[in-house]
Ligand binder design. Structure first.
Ligand code: FAD
Length: 554
């Protein structure tokens, strides 16, 4: 490991020593038992030690090593087994299944840690000259197989970790723009910006373990995108090192300079070059930040409310509504409440029953407000009325504050579940508002049928996570009880059903996780064969030797 560059554990999410705990959540074991018939309190098999893995030796040639050492210094040319294995995969559940059983794929031959743009240029040029494969690496958090070398790749595989390039270089306070190096992780970047009174406002669930370069390369979206925009809106200019040349895009609020090259880089997943820095929109830290919780009698009522909120004068920071199963999951995943909140919960339930709501169908919602105290008061008034018009009710900021504190711990639950034979992952899509309720219902139906066909128990639930003028992103989480050697095939079958349903019911292949190799088979259906043709020509033109992360996207 390189000092100052954090690295996730090889077998799961985040850092060693941090894990999900069910012991302080009395309702959670019962919820899992009811949904998928698994007892999560039973003892589990320990993770095998790293030494049990059979890691293929590095095939880095002496000649190329010498060039890298010359360019960035010996210390930053790493070939040890653990570093190479951590850089072999992302963090999709399929990656976790494979790595836990010692299926390591084509492990990179070397991991490089450049500290400057000039060093990146030297690495790219040397790699292409040697006809090696070069894969840029941010936090390694993607879940779409966007990082792994292709199976059987016979050329040398070079992973380039941008972690040493992590500085906020400049803030243009007049324009509200910041120039930031691409390898910075979310918390470090926000600390640097916050220290000067600014924020970028991009907070994906993976914030702690993902980087600015990774967000750009996957077209990421954060939970506050309703106010701050997706990364595609936030990034205004950038620098990207390509074979033999450097792309420089100045930060501009908008431009009419032909097809947008900025947009071509967004979502390029390392196929066009290595992004070394970007100019991004930044904002003054808001005076007030509040997350309010609401309940709706049904998910469909919640969807309607979100649709109306986005077209109202309330420019909320976030509007999220969970379907009934996810609502039950959130409630079961809460810590044991004290006497006062337990009484409050009972009082809320009583009101719901008096209103004639079916508690199995209710939908929980979090809506976020930011700005001056006056602005937040105004927005809350507008939202409160829309919620009421759609049959909902507010329950205050208590649950929202809890959600805000715990939001980055959630990813650890996937490792915990996999330890117990439960395959859990997510898939997300956007549709126009017109199809939002339909696609949700169809996916729930099709997933249930797929579970029957596979002969396993599984559950899928969903929340609306990002709203736009014309539609929204819905984010599906699934859990499947399968402790067999067949986990990968089970996962693939479930994922196929969900992705194909996205295509069949007016969705896109992905809203913010990108394509990688995972979603590649649906690209024809998503952007049409002509769209794939244009992308193919772009990648072939920039990278005729297929040296830059080949096989991703298309
Ligand atoms: P990596 O995983 O390291 O790389 C992803 C791709 O980008 C690869 O193709 C890589 O080659 C390329 N790349 C990385 N850096 C560069 C660079 N500097 N130049 C060129 N190419 C580069 N995503 C969201 O958008 N929103 C979420 O809320 C969200 N939540 C998640 C929750 C969990 C539990 C997990 C596991 C993932 C989640 N993701 C989310 C997905 C993931 O975090 C994003 O795709 C993220 O943008 C990846 O960033 P990274 O730095 O980890 O990139």
């Amino acid at each position: 490991m390189i000092e100052g560059v954090k690295q996730q554990k090889w077998w799961g999410w985040g850092e060693e020593g941090l894990a999900y705990r069910y012991e302080d959540k009395p309702k959670f074991p019962g919820f899992v038992q009811k949904m998928v018939g698994v007892d999560i309190t039973r003892p589990v098999k320990p993770i095998p030690p790293f030494s049990s893995l059979d890691v293929p030796a590095s095939e880095l040639s002496d000649e190329l090593r010498a060039k890298f050492v010359d360019a960035i210094g010996e210390k930053y040319v790493q070939t040890d087994d653990e570093t190479r294995v951590v850089h072999a995969y992302g963090k999709g559940v399929r990656d976790l299944i494979r790595i836990r059983k010692g299926d390591l794929g084509r492990v990179p031959d070397v991991v490089l840690y450049p500290g400057t743009q000039e060093e990146v240029e030297a690495i790219v040029d040397a790699s292409v000259e040697a006809d090696a494969v070069l894969i840029p690496f941010g936090g390694g958090s993607n879940i779409v197989a966007a990082l792994e070398a292709q199976p059987g790749e016979t050329r040398q595989v070079i992973s380039v970790n941008l972690g040493r390039m992590s500085k906020v270089l400049e803030i243009d306070e007049t324009s509200g723009l910041a120039h930031i190096q691409a390898g910075v992780f979310g918390p470090d970047m926000e600390d640097q910006l916050n220290a000067r009174g600014w924020t970028m406002g991009h907070h994906p669930d993976s914030f702690v373990w993902s980087t600015l370069g990774g967000w750009i390369a996957t077209r990421s979206s954060g939970m506050q995108s309703d106010k701050y925009g997706d990364i595609a809106d936030i990034v205004r200019g950038l620098t990207m090192v390509m074979p033999g040349q450097v792309l420089q895009l100045r930060p501009l609020p908008s431009s009419s300079s032909g097809p947008s090259v900025r947009e071509m880089v967004l979502g390029s997943e390392g196929r066009l070059g290595v992004i070394t820095s970007a100019w991004v929109n930044v904002h003054r830290i808001p005076e007030v930040r509040e997350l309010q919780a609401y309940f709706f009698p049904t998910y469909e009522d919640g969807l309607k409310a979100c649709e109306q909120i986005v077209s109202s004068d309330a420019s909320v920071m976030m509007a999220r509504v969970s379907d009934p199963i996810e609502t039950q999951y959130i409630m079961a995943n809460g810590k044991k409440s004290g006497r006062v909140s337990s009484l409050a919960n009972k009082a809320i339930q009583k009101i719901m029953l008096q209103k004639g709501w079916d508690l199995e169908k209710i939908a929980m919602s979090f809506i976020g407000f930011e700005g001056s105290a006056n602005h937040v008061r105004y927005e809350k008034g507008l939202v409160g009325k829309i919620v009421k018009d759609n049959g909902g009710m507010g329950v205050g900021k208590g649950p929202g504050t809890l959600y805000d504190q715990k939001k980055y711990d959630t990813p650890y639950i996937r490792d915990f579940m996999l330890d117990r034979g439960l395959i859990c992952d997510v898939s997300e899509t956007t549709t126009p508002w017109k199809y939002a309720a339909e696609i949700h219902a169809k996916i729930v139906d099709r997933f249930a049928k797929a579970m029957d066909d596979l002969g396993v128990r599984g559950v899928v639930f969903c929340h609306l996570s990002h709203s736009y003028h014309s539609g929204a992103c819905q984010y599906f989480t699934f859990a499947i009880a399968d402790d067999s050697d067949n986990q990968e095939a089970t996962y693939d079958a479930a994922k196929r059903v969900i992705q194909q349903s996205f295509m069949d019911f007016h969705g896109t292949v992905s809203h913010h996780h990108g394509v990688g190799e995972e979603h590649s088979p649906w690209m024809d259906q998503d952007i049409s064969p002509a769209g794939v043709f244009i992308q193919r020509k772009l990648f072939e033109g920039v990278d005729p030797g297929r040296n830059l992360n080949p096989g991703k996207i298309i």
